[in-house]
Design a protein around this ligand. Sequence first.
Ligand code: COI
Length: 361
Amino acid sequence: MQNTHTNMETTILSALKIKKIKKSKLDKATLNNRKFGSTFTDHLFICTFKNGKWQKPKIKPYKPLKLEPSARVFHYGQAVFEGMKAYKDNTDQIWLFRPDENQLRINASAKRLAMPEFPKELFFEGLETLLKIERDWIPTEDGNSLYIRPFMIASGKGIFAAPSEEYTFMIICSPSGKYYTKDVQVVIAEYYSRAANGGVGAAKAAGNYGAQFYPTQKAIAQGYDQIIWTDSNHEYLEEAGTMNVFFRINDTLITAPTSERILDGITRKSIIAIAKASGIKVEVRKIKVTEIKEAVKNGTLKEMFGSGTAAVVTPISHFSHQNTDYEIAQVKSRYSDLFKKILTDIQYNKSEDKFGWRYKV
Ligand code: COI
């Protein structure tokens, strides 16, 4: 696509209207190792849904929004989002990782929340144009990337408890360092639940995250970082809210099958594929809390780790269940290190991508 008037403040690019800021707020000296999700780039992508259709998309300066106090998102929580990352290689080329999966998933989440789907062409046009404008904001140091947050909210006014008639789809970007800076310690849920059968657990609905804050605060107060959520009987291990979870018993990699309670993680499915391609035995099956307690006691639980876009691959060093703390013995060559290396080498264009996951911007 060509800019028609590159020297002007406002340009029209096909249907996409672009208004650039006059002076970037980028401070290159502090670009790397920024606290995850705490600062945002100069521009955002925005598109509104009105009168039954998506309106002209725009890229404009990042600044506070004007919203009706009665907007449905504030009252009924109609909000969905995605998490993606842009990586820059040593030739300055920008890469995404399996963005088609995020595009499909935000629409699946939107459908579950009775929101309109966002068109694929607009998603990619908006995302790629925004990334090209913000290319200098993409950190290059190891463990750093540009975290991308596409999201959609019900922006229509009115507090009748029904889906909104207006929506706003946006993409914002945040130069970010690691989400977890060390191995994490988790509590296995015994009382609170994240999701239920027939609920919204598989969707990336904002409320799924907000609802975890209170129980997670309690876990943090006890010295843990996260909760591993269990099924409604608190018998089977499901996911950690910010990450899917994996267990290595002897040399077998085990993870719970996705379900209507568990997010279909893109990093999760990539790790399963990497493990299989590396000749590691993988079992995607239900896993009981008692099974890992037994395995830690008899020394067969070799590793536990989480996976996610933000978390990448994060080792879990301890878990707690029924007020007992279990330490996972450290093995020399960890699967988590292997998977993280293979995955990030693909993401940062440091290795061949035999899976076809890398996407050139
Ligand atoms: C992601 O991994 O991108 C997520 O959306 C998780 C979020 C808690 C940061």
